[in-house]
Design a protein around this ligand. Sequence first.
Ligand code: HEM
Length: 233
Amino acid sequence: MAQPGPVLEGKGRTDYERYIRTDDLLALQKDDAKLVHPEERLFQITHQAAELWLKQVDYEVNRVAAAMKDGSFAGASDLLHRCRMILDLLRDQIVIVETMAPADYHVIRLSALGKGSGQESPGFNKLLDVRHRLWPPFEEILRAAGATPLEILRAPREHYELHRLAQAMLDYDAAFMKWRYTHLRLALRIIGSRVKSLKGVPVMQLEGGTREPLFGELWDAISDLTDQTRPEY
Ligand code: HEM
């Protein structure tokens, strides 16, 4: 039986190709003949895939802020959980680059990257701003509930939905810092600790980002809760 042809507009032989826009997507990688080293494809695709997923997280974070403003705490928690899963995926994905020999990376670094730096990643930079997008609506929720972060952590069942939201924010925050830590380990593995990036930034400057939470008040509340249990040291 003859297969029906595509019904969607666009380039490509099938509706799959037209919807996913595989022609455009798969033209975004350097041609094999132009790669400065066979390992360069992995480097470029890893970054491109990361930018796509970061775009998705950025999009979901806007939805989280909207859900918080609408009072949909469960919806906000679910979307944050999705974001955290994507950040975990990015963490798993980045270590694949550690299979590249440092010497091979230097060929790519010196001949293909110009003065490029991960600090220029548009997707990553948007996520550095997540605190400014999520903390104000969360503070508003706390104000309306008449509760502090510590009170919410102290009574998880009494503040069930708010506690779940606070936990989802902590999970997101932890996933972001873990990504940054895994990336630091990757940089140490491939170029070492006593060197600078192509922008002249010392590698070890990355360490700061591994311990800069977005929602410091929530992490402080965890310490406060422990203090209040009056442990004897
Ligand atoms: C050979 C592997 C890699 C090395 C040696 C490396 C090295 C570095 C260095 C030295 C920096 C800090 C300074 C600067 O960029 O000027 C940096 C930042 C960054 N890189 Fe990489 N990187 C590698 C792979 C990747 C990959 C695969 C990604 C994305 C998927 C990535 C994303 C980023 C981001 C987002 C930053 C800013 C991070 C922050 O400020 O915490 N890098 N990288």
